[in-house]
Structure formats: structure tokens, C-alpha cells
Design a protein around this ligand. Structure first.
Ligand code: GLY
Length: 380
């Protein structure tokens, strides 16, 4: 249980009430959708036919399961079940399964299974886990990130993948077969060795020779450029390493999670809103990324829970609260005629679109608030 003041708890409870009031209306308005962002009228778009394999397609399900767990309102469960069944189309497209299986079937099938015991959901999660495990490169000891586009991408691994490992840890618990967890742990060690810089910042993409397993180089990926610190990547790392520690009890993962967390905390700007990259000089445009902030808040709270020392834990809780206050008071939309919560997420530095609602931002914002109030369904 997290140690928070009565004032903090009251603030979280008031914020959650506003969120739930809005999301009840939003859930009823978006019964058959798989949202990614909003359209011009402020209502959710739908990726059911646009791209059933998109990596973010599980997060609306995650929001629904968290709210169902909180309220027992049937609408949330119904929406989540509809979405989970729609994702079966992706399970049948082998070339469109990738390392993001964890993001797609964790907040959907696994959440369903853990709340209801539904066996079909367990089957979906196990198929997704088997496919994820099959992406492991034996010589390089990494999980391959993406499938080929016009180039061969079998040598690429990315920081985001740390968040997909819990699906493998679950598969070992569920099946009794240690191979899934062995693969996840080996990948986490590789990520620790090659992704994390000595100052606690992390790279986005690393490249290996897929035949020999030799480490070749890193790429800037979704951040500003090579050598920069893409903030969502920092957030995936601090949360992801904490989760690997949670599942394996390997102390090294917790110290790395803390190292990245301290780097993140020391770079939080004065207004407590997170830019898309920490490495920009002032002459470069720097857009806000609320999703990095929300994910980091979840990770910081997880690290606080895993840390035995109350004083140390307090550092991470207070940083998470700072981020959540800033999001709630400066970048959250509680109006009921629009569907999103967070307003200024940015998917990648070099994309043309920035500072718009993105569904995973809302998922992690909700998860962080629920974690602080000890009401979160733990999905990782
Ligand atoms: N997993 C991709 C991203 O964070 O944008």
C-alpha cells in the first residue's frame, strides 16, 4: 500500500469522481469502437477497420476493465468484451503480430481472465505470449521489435518492449513452463546492458546483427534524434524495469528502474508538464507529451511500492503526484461532450501531428489515479 496524506487521497478521490462521471457517458457513446484519438468534433475515432493490428488497440479495453473493476457497471465489461473479440482478427494475421502483443492482449484478454476467469481470454493471452516468445533472437538475447517493412528489421529491439514482458511472465505462471519467463528475463538483461546510458537516460532503438547477435548501434527512433532522450521511452524504461523486478526479484532491475526514475525526475520542467524529449536545445520546437507523464507516474508509483525504504519511496510518490497534478489541472478535459481526458500527447517527434489526445495517455492517467487510491487492477 502506498503511503499518501489524507489531502492527497482526497484530491485523488475527487479527480477519480470527475473521471468516472465523464467516462460513463463516454463508454455509452462509444460502444463498438477501438479508439486511438479524437476527430474534429472531439469524439473518438475507430480503428476496427482502419488497422486492427495497431499497437494501441488494447488500451480502450484496459480503461473499460479498470472502470468495471472500480464500479461493477456492466457497460464497461460489455465494451471490453466487444473489443477483445474484435482483436481475434489480429490473432489470425501472423504477419501483423509483433512485440506489442503484450500491449494488445494484456489490458484486454489478461484483464478479462484475471477478473472473470474466462478461459477463452486465457487462450488468447497464451497464443499472444507464444507468438511473442517466438520473436526471441537466441544469439543476441533480445526480442525482435517489429516485422519487416521495406527493410529487414530482424536486428531491432526497442525500449517499449519492456512493457510487453509481463505477458511472458504471466505465461510462465499460467503454464508452469519457465521458458517464457527465461526469455523475458534474458531480454530485460540485454535491454539493461545496451539501452541504458550511464546518466540514467535510455535510447529508443538498438540494433544487433541478427545472425551473430553482435551489438551494432542505436537509433533516435521517436525522439528528437540520435543520442536524445525521448520521454515516453524513459517512462517505458522506468516502469518496465520495475515490472521485471516485480516478476523476477532480480535486484539489478529495480536499481536500473530507480536510476532511470532519478534521471526522469531531475528533468521535470518547472511547470511539471513533460516535453516529448528531454534533450532539446531551446531553438528546437518542443511539444508536450502527456502520455510520457502518465506512464512515468505509473512507473514511479510502482517503484515506490517495490522500495522497502519509506523515505526513498516518498521521493517517487511525490514526483508522481507532481506529474498528476499538472496533468489534471493544466491538460485534462473533463467536459462530457468530448471523449478524451488528456489533451496533449505526442506520438513521435518527427511526425507532423503533435499535442493531441491519445488513448494510451488516458489509460495510464487512469491507472495512476487508481493506483494512488489503491483501487487499480494490476494488469502488468
Ligand atoms: N510503443 C510505441 C510508442 O510508445 O509510441
Amino acid at each position: 500500500m502506498l503511503k499518501t496524506t489524507d489531502n492527497d487521497l482526497q484530491w485523488v478521490s475527487n479527480t477519480l469522481q470527475k473521471v468516472e462521471k465523464k467516462m460513463h457517458i463516454v463508454a455509452n457513446r462509444n460502444k463498438n469502437k477501438i479508439p486511438y484519438t479524437t476527430t474534429l468534433d472531439g469524439k473518438f475515432d475507430d480503428w476496427t477497420n482502419k488497422n486492427i493490428a495497431w499497437w494501441t488497440n488494447g488500451f480502450w479495453g484496459g480503461i473499460m476493465w479498470q472502470l468495471y473493476n472500480l464500479t461493477n457497471e456492466p457497460i464497461y465489461k460489455e465494451n471490453a468484451e466487444v473489443l477483445e473479440k474484435k482483436l481475434d482478427r489480429n490473432l489470425m494475421l501472423a504477419d501483423k503480430l509483433d512485440h506489442d502483443n503484450g500491449f494488445k492482449w494484456g489490458p484486454t484478454a489478461l484483464a478479462n481472465y484475471s477478473l472473470t476467469g474466462n478461459q477463452e481470454s486465457a487462450n488468447r493471452a497464451m497464443l499472444a505470449a507464444c507468438n511473442l516468445a517466438s520473436r526471441f533472437n537466441l544469439n543476441g538475447k533480445y526480442i525482435r521489435a517489429w516485422n519487416d517493412d521495406s527493410t529487414n528489421r530482424s536486428g531491432l529491439a526497442i525500449v517499449d518492449c519492456l512493457m510487453n514482458l509481463p505477458l511472458l511472465y504471466w505465461a510462465t505462471k499460467e503454464s508452469g513452463d519457465p521458458r517464457f519467463s527465461q526469455i523475458a528475463t534474458a531480454h530485460a538483461f540485454t535491454a539493461q546492458k545496451y539501452l541504458v546510458r550511464s546518466n540514467g537516460s535510455v535510447k529508443h532503438i538498438i540494433e544487433f546483427n541478427p545472425n551473430t547477435g553482435e551489438y551494432l548501434k542505436s537509433h533516435g527512433g521517436q525522439g528528437l534524434g540520435h543520442g536524445s532522450s525521448w520521454t515516453r521511452g524513459q517512462a517505458w524504461a522506468l516502469y518496465g524495469f520495475a515490472l521485471s523486478y516485480h516478476h523476477t526479484k532480480e535486484e539489478q532491475f529495480l536499481s536500473t528502474a530507480k536510476q532511470v526514475a532519478h534521471y526522469f525526475i531531475s528533468n521535470i520542467p518547472e511547470n511539471n508538464l513533460i516535453p516529448i524529449d528531454f534533450s532539446a536545445s531551446s531553438d528546437q520546437p518542443m511539444w508536450q507529451d502527456d502520455s510520457a507523464s502518465a506512464i512515468a507516474a505509473c512507473g514511479l508509483l510502482k517503484i515506490a511500492k517495490l522500495t522497502g525504504d519509506p523515505e526513498e519511496s516518498e521521493i517517487f510518490i511525490s514526483a508522481a503526484l507532481k506529474l498528476l497534478h499538472a496533468l489534471t489541472e493544466q491538460s485534462c478535459n473533463f467536459a462530457i461532450d468530448t471523449d478524451n481526458l488528456l489533451m496533449r500527447c505526442s506520438a513521435a517527434y518527427h511526425e507532423s501531428n503533435h499535442e493531441y489526445p491519445i488513448i494510451y495517455g488516458d489509460y495510464f492517467y487512469l491507472e495512476a489515479l487508481l493506483t494512488l487510491s489503491n483501487q487499480a487492477l494490476f494488469l502488468w
